[in-house]
Design a protein around this ligand. Structure first.
Ligand code: CA
Length: 152
């Protein structure tokens, strides 16, 4: 059985420790920016990944940030579909090619079974970008949970 098949269950593809590592990476990235990063993992992607990612973005309430600068990393494990969406504050400052580059690098890691590293690397990359377009500010509040959300 391929690693992929074993790893298509959203609840099991990361160990507890790896999940904590991913969340620590989000916290670290957010220290340098007012932007917010979140990760959502599910098994199947109904429809087109970017559209689905936008829907999840809304469902998670990610538009509720002061600067509209939330970014969601969306992963559908079994379908191997990925997308990264930024809110309207980020949109326009960062082009689609940029997001696609991060997405493709993550997909490449996933192909090698490096799930945790793929996510951490994507978070670091997005954090770098957010820190240049939305630098950290004193007293900035953590607006969204630094979670790796797991769906069905
Ligand atoms: Ca946060």
């Amino acid at each position: 059985m391929s690693l992929w098949r074993l790893k298509t269950s959203p609840r099991h593809f990361l160990s507890k420790r790896e999940r904590e590592r991913g969340m620590a990476e989000i916290r670290k990235a957010e220290r340098r920016t007012t932007g917010e990063i979140r990760v959502h993992v599910e098994r199947r992607c109904p429809g087109e990944p970017l559209q689905r990612a936008r829907k999840v973005f809304d469902e998670l309430g990610m538009a509720r940030t002061a600067h509209r600068n939330g970014v969601l990393i969306y992963i559908a494990l079994a379908d191997r579909r990925f997308a990264i969406v930024g809110d309207e504050g980020v949109h326009g400052k960062v082009g689609d090619d940029y997001w696609n580059g991060i997405r493709d690098a993550m997909a490449e890691r996933f192909r090698k079974g490096e799930f945790c590293e793929g996510i951490c690397e994507a978070v670091r990359g997005i954090g770098d970008t957010l820190s240049s377009v939305f630098p950290g500010q004193p007293g900035d509040r953590d607006e969204l949970p630094n979670e790796i959300d797991v769906g069905d």
